[in-house]
Design a binder for this molecule. Sequence first.
Ligand SMILES: [Zn+2]
Length: 190
Amino acid sequence: MHVRKLTGGFAAALALTFSLMGGQAVAAPSADADADRALAARVVTYDASGSAEFRSAVDRGAAIWNESVDAVELRPVAAGQRANIRVLADNGWPRALTTSLGNGTVYIGRQAVNEGHDTIRISAHELGHILGLPDRKPGPCSSLMSGSSAGTTCTNPYPNAAEKAEVEGNFGGAFTRTGGAVPLNVMIMN
Ligand SMILES: [Zn+2]
């Protein structure tokens, strides 16, 4: 929800560095505003063009994350650009291939959809893996990362407070990981 530009954050980081190094002599009048922008969201792009009938659910899942956290923003990739996250539809179980924090491939598997699991919850859950969250199973419907263990009657697509805080920590500060325990370079099933 906070649409800010990385270039502004970079400039702000420089300004902050100068102000730390040089003190008031180099601190511009807008230093406070620049410092605020230094906390700008990291933009992670996603390409849902391969998600077939799940495209709107994927967009909604991404929007839910944007409503829920400030440190990272999921944005549809521009035409011709390589996305951080590819989202594909297939006939298997939903799963995520994590390559690094904020990068990977999500599969919206029709097998779970056909069994009655909610497509938006699936989308937000799998995107959650790319944002560094591990599965938390079994778990209640209030937990996004409890995934399918909450049953097909659970349609909650929102992360709980702990899940939001973990993602904020993963993408906070100098982009260092603080809370994520998701395995990387492996396929996380469901
Ligand atoms: Zn999962």
